[in-house]
Design a binder for this molecule. Structure first.
Ligand code: ATP
Length: 302
């Protein structure tokens, strides 16, 4: 598949300080990629270089096949940027703001269609200052989409949202996938990255720490799955291959494992053979948050 973004050996220095230390990054067309990292990791610096707002010190950068430092105006029309702060004029209605924005592009999308995509049709005639926080974010996205961009940069799109507004935003971001857009998403919410992203890239201290799907990242840190159940006092000894520990407070039996299938198989076969009812059996996979914390604690190097 063709790359929407291709970065090789990107370096950015602020004086003596090297904020981005020679990173490589590929984002395929039509992909949603989450770019994660702790505060100060180098995300904003890298993304601003990709957006053409910041110069680099070294490296090759191609965004939609073009070097952002030398990009013509027509390239900017192919990109949508949703910043953390709302840019739409507060005295306009959503419909007016999106229609006006469409006027800046040579081949915009139909504003009504865009309002529909972001779920603002019913509030299209409300003045922007009266929109709720969630509705304002929808308008921000509408403003970025009306130019019919191929690539959308989403910077922490749901920060400060209540849980239901976040869910709605996720649906909206997923609709971009259906439109064939490529999305580069930054977020500090790991559940958001896990839910939305096809792939995840983690940056720490200016270096790429890990990349892959959520499952691949879990493998990289050997994150364990936790199998638990409530044993009965009379049950026979479980198979010795199961590394069982006990929680002294709850009395639960615990198997922490990366060999989930083999250990579950051993456990359930033993239970069936001995007519044991594995009460409260639970299998908890590592969350992306567990994995991310381990990746970013351990620092640089893939
Ligand atoms: P956050 O999650 O807080 O937005 P980030 O990953 O986006 O963080 P950057 O803003 O790219 O991180 O910053 C990377 C490093 O470069 C930080 O140590 C920051 O202090 C430094 N930095 C960023 N901009 C400048 C600047 N204009 N001048 C000097 N140092 C800077």
């Amino acid at each position: 598949m063709q790359s929407a973004i291709e970065v090789r050996g990107l370096v950015k220095r602020y004086g003596e300080f090297e904020a981005v230390k020679g990173i490589d990054l590929d984002v395929a067309q039509g992909e949603i990629l989450a770019f994660l990292g702790p505060n100060g990791a180098g995300k904003t610096t890298s993304i601003e270089i990709l957006e053409g707002f910041r110069d680099r010190d070294a490296g090759e950068v191609h965004v939609l096949g073009v070097d952002p430092e030398k990009a013509p105006l027509s390239w900017r029309e192919r990109i949508g940027i949703v910043l953390q702060e709302s840019e739409a004029d507060s005295v306009l209605t959503a419909r007016e703001a999106v229609t006006m924005q469409a006027g800046y592009y040579t081949a915009p999308r139909n504003p009504e269609e865009v309002l529909e995509i972001v779920g603002l049709t019913d509030s299209a005639d409300v003045r922007n200052r009266k929109l709720s926080g969630g509705q304002k974010r929808r308008l921000d996205l509408a403003m970025a989409l009306v130019g019919d961009p191929e690539l959308v940069f989403l910077d922490e799109p749901t920060t400060g949202f209540d849980p239901s507004a976040r869910r709605e935003s996720w649906e909206m971001i997923e609709s971009l996938r259906q439109l064939g857009n490529t999305v580069l998403l930054t977020t500090h919410y790991m559940d958001e990255a896990e839910h939305l992203a096809d792939r995840i890239v983690v940056i720490g201290g200016g270096e790429i720490v890990a990349r892959g799907t959520a499952d691949e990242l879990a493998e990289q840190v050997d994150a364990t799955t936790r199998i638990t159940w409530k044993p009965t006092p009379s049950e026979p000894a479980p198979p010795s291959l199961l590394p069982i520990t006990r929680d002294n407070v709850t009395g639960m039996a615990i198997v922490e494992t990366t060999h989930v299938m083999a250990h579950l198989h051993a456990l359930t076969s033993w239970a069936i053979e001995n007519s044991i009812d594995l009460a409260e059996l639970n299998v908890a996979r590592p969350t992306l948050e567990d994995v991310y914390l381990r990746l970013t604690d351990s620092g640089g190097g893939e």
